[in-house]
Write a protein that binds this ligand. Structure first.
Ligand code: TXA
Ligand code: MG
Length: 340
């Protein structure tokens, strides 16, 4: 077991000493988990291949899955990329710093294992004040995937990070719960028209309102061999108990619950709070009321169903509109079964 240092930085006022210490640990080639406005990231110096290798090792990430480089400013974006289409500047004006990642032509500044050998690099300017302060204290970009064991739901609290990675990394920076709750929107900006590779907090509607044309990535037959975002071919967000997604209203959900009950199963329900009085199961776990709240709580609630507590989770579905697109994208990947 490695010693994992913990810092609590609920804000950054008068926290220069801690920020310098965190930057020094990163500069020495170690891995530190830190908050962003989406989920917690598992950071290392993106220009140091050995440091980046520790990210892959500690979270058990497949080597062919590239990482996002996090930077503080737009000037730093230019340090990592070759020239890119004009619409990227418009997107950055509107959404950066914020929960959006741009896939740009790489200029090779980052270590090769950050991009998994691709010619492109994912770059994001996070808006979380603690992430910004850490980046500003470092003189290098920080490569960071979500700070979970590969395959598990992404972490939205430092406690989630601890559950997965305590004793395996040099440090964890705790700044409470993250804001958006879903990972950033990933936009491929290497073509004339941008393509959304992963839906997130910045929605398709937001991007359309900003620049007009944008495409959704449609997986092709060779998706598994050459996926646009390599990470998308792996199992994701899986809770420890089978998750059944049910399309339809409360009575349809109740029918599914009753079927499992007749099989003698313990049934947990994951749904918006308004469903609680309409459904009867062994346990009801609320996702909140608005779609925004569902996004914030989803990963924490998926993690709350730990092995042995229930036999099956029955989960509500959401309209694929606004952040509902991102929520359904994650739920469909987490689900073991979908019932229409
Ligand atoms: O909100 C987020 O994006 C969080 C926080 C920590 O910033 N990070 C995150 O990273 O979700 P990760 O590694 O869990 O997901 C990154 C995704 C993966 O599916 C990866 O394959 C894709 O981005 N990706 C990274 N670089 C890429 C590239 N050059 N081309 C295509 N896809 C890329
Ligand atoms: Mg991830």
């Amino acid at each position: 077991m490695m010693h994992t240092k913990e810092w609590t930085l609920m804000d950054i006022t008068n926290k220069d000493a801690q920020l310098q210490e965190i930057a020094a640990v990163l500069r020495s080639g170690e891995v530190v988990a830190f908050p962003t406005e989406t989920v917690y990231g598992l950071g290392a110096d993106a220009t140091n291949a050995e440091a980046v290798a520790k990210i892959f090792q500690s979270k058990g990430r497949p080597q062919d899955n590239p990482l996002i480089a996090h930077v503080a400013t737009r000037k730093d974006v230019h340090r990592l990329s070759k020239s890119y289409p004009h619409y990227v500047d418009n997107l950055m004006d509107a959404f950066s710093p914020g929960p959006i990642t741009y896939i740009l032509p790489s200029n090779g500044t980052c270590a090769e294992n950050v991009t998994a050998g691709l010619e492109t690099i994912g770059v994001r300017i996070p808006s979380h004040p603690v992430a910004q302060a850490i980046l500003r204290a470092c003189d290098f970009p920080i490569a960071a995937p979500s700070a979970n064991i590969s395959g598990k739901p992404s972490p939205t609290t430092a406690a989630h990070v601890k559950d997965d990675l305590f004793g395996k990394i040099a440090g964890i920076v705790d700044a409470g719960q993250t804001g958006v709750g879903m990972e950033s929107t990933i936009v491929d900006c290497t073509k004339d028209v941008p393509v959304i590779l992963r839906p997130g907090g910045i929605t398709k509607e937001d991007i359309q309102a900003c620049i007009g044309d944008v495409l959704d990535h449609t997986p092709s037959d060779d998706f598994l061999e050459k996926p646009a975002a390599p990470g998308m071919k792996y199992t994701h967000y899986a809770p420890e108990i089978p998750l059944v997604l049910v399309h339809g209203d409360a009575s349809h959900m109740q029918h599914v619950i009753d079927t499992y009950k007749r099989e003698g199963k313990l049934v947990g329900v994951l749904a918006r709070s308004s469903m609680e009085e309409k459904l009867s199961a062994d346990v009801f776990v609320s996702l909140g009321s608005s779609l925004t709240e569902v996004a914030v709580h989803l990963y924490d609630r998926l993690r709350s169903f730990s092995k042995g507590t229930m036999d099956v989770i029955v989960c509500e579905t959401f309209e694929k509109k606004d952040v509902g697109v991102a929520i359904m994208n994650r739920l469909e990947k987490a689900a073991t079964k979908v019932i229409k």
